[in-house]
Design a protein around this ligand. Sequence first.
Ligand code: NAP
Length: 245
Amino acid sequence: MMKGQVALVTGASRGIGQAISLKLASEGVFVIATATTDTGANATVAAILAQGGAAQAVRLDVADSAAVEALFKKIAAEHGRLDILVNNAGITKDGLMMRMKDSDWDSVLDTNLKGTFNCMREASKLMTKARYGRVVNISSVVGEMGNPGQANYCASKAGLFGLTKSAARELAKRNITVNAVAPGFIETDMTAALPEKGREALLQNIPMERLGSADDVAYAVGFLVSPQAAYITGQVLSVNGGMYM
Ligand code: NAP
């Protein structure tokens, strides 16, 4: 059903973004996979080609609105369409609030929240013209529940809920759905630094007693961007092993 569609997945070099890219490509979607360097998404593209799919690697800093605009111009010229946008790029700069530097606040908000806005603003133009679109923003369980040491990250991820719901209302009549996925704790580079003690404490708060996999998130995204999810918009789908219900 998605064969021939074109998707942009931000932060697709590894982790959740890579799993989402592979999943969409396996459905016949052409995936534009971004990373912050020219070659960062090459491994993802190679894996997609190896499984018989089609993809291209692109460098993009989502916080740079001029770069986002330029990429969308390129997508319009080369593909003439964008059916699916997955705003997955995200960073953390953790620290207690009383010691948090302006630069740590700004870079996390600029990448996670403004970066998503930058891409949605451009995608909405292409999708409106086509009267079709699927947007999924990757938020987080901590955007719902908060987390000490992550004031900047949690604010950015909570902001995505308001952004998602507003855009869903704006774009609904154009046949464009906008949803958020809120993963719990997922095994990726982002959580690899968790100390063993912290990991054990964390597992006690997860009813399923395991961290999630990037594929767990990719399957949820794959559903929300499918034509079958046509009547679902403005929603938050939690993928967290029952951690926050
Ligand atoms: P990850 O392994 O750290 O990968 C982050 C990705 O974002 C990389 O591809 C990175 O590209 C890209 N990126 C970073 N800054 C960027 C920028 N300014 N512009 C464009 N791309 C940028 O992260 P992950 O664990 O897969 O997480 C993916 C998303 O899920 C994030 O939004 C994260 O907040 C969210 N999430 C993760 C978890 C978890 O437990 N892992 C839980 C909830 C939500 P480079 O390779 O070039 O640096």
